[in-house]
Design a protein around this ligand. Sequence first.
Ligand code: ATP
Length: 354
Amino acid sequence: MQSFLSIRNLGKKFGQFTALEDISLDIEQGEFICFLGPSGCGKTTLLRMIAGLEECQKGEIWQDGKEISLLPPEKRDFGIVFQSYALFPNLTVYDNIAFGLRNQGKSQSDVHVLVNEWLETVGLPDSGHKYPGQLSGGQQQRVALARALALSPGLLLLDEPLSALDARVRVKLRESIRSLQKRLGITTVMVTHDQEEAMAMADRIVVMNHGHIEQVGTSKAIYQKPASRFVAEFVGSMNFLDGIVDHHNETHVGDTTVAVDPICRQNDRVLLGIRPEDLMFGEGTSELPVTVESMEFQGTFVRAECSPRGWKSRKNIKVDVPIHQLSGLAISPGSPSSIVLQEQHIHVFPPEAF
Ligand SMILES: Nc1ncnc2c1ncn2[C@@H]1O[C@H](COP(=O)(O)OP(=O)(O)OP(=O)(O)O)[C@@H](O)[C@H]1O
């Protein structure tokens, strides 16, 4: 069966600069998808191409069984919310939401019913008479959302809608958006550079870098099975250690033998990744002697920065210790200890990761 939104071999250049290279992606009806990546990776450009706000130079976009690649924005079926609230400042909240409905030719009474329903839905039932300037940033984004959704689009596009808001409002609004999206079942694509936001909201995350897709997957898959060094570093935190593979196919980190399958070795080298929360202080097989350099309180855990003992070059390894386990461990800055590299937590990266 065909996906609701299908992006096929999309490319985009600005002059000589390639902003998007051969992007292909299928999005199912009702999914919440996040485009996640660092500044300049092309996520906004991709969203704007889906909206028809950027010209499609190469490839195709299909929505609901129709090719839309060359259609102007007004002929496409989407609602959009931008980072800057983009409400009409001289119109009341009521009129902002009513604007598109009136343009659709709806009767005055239908408009009235719909606007009031949407004001209720976004939690602003008594704000219809206010002007955007009289609302907080979070409230203005709720109005922008109501305005976009009131037209019953087939697709909702969100371009960093939460970035301009303070942390508390952001978390609250992301929960409201997600539950509203689920209730309506509307296919949604959101651009964000905030990994926590993407992980909390998305059914699937599309991790982008330099105009291409690095990985597509659920939050869990992206976090637990990062497909590349870039994804591993961009989503969460990851320690990287160089491994040397001997002629028995055994991998060593310094003098420590690590039980991993060096599937993607390059000559005698392999790159190993391990998350700070997957490292433990203690003894066991695959034990690496370290010196604790510093410890930082982070609320639910302490992040210890350690350096391996006896290595020629300096290396910082982060170890996260849950706060309730700390008292049982005799560690403090300057103290010698050891960490255990457990096979099941080690990610082995392909040769191009070097
Ligand atoms: N109209 C344009 N003309 C020239 N270059 C552009 C234009 N629009 C975007 N770019 C370039 O294309 C690249 C991708 O831009 P885009 O806005 O898609 O990135 P982004 O991932 O959304 O980043 P950010 O989070 O900073 O918005 C950037 O290097 C940007 O400078």
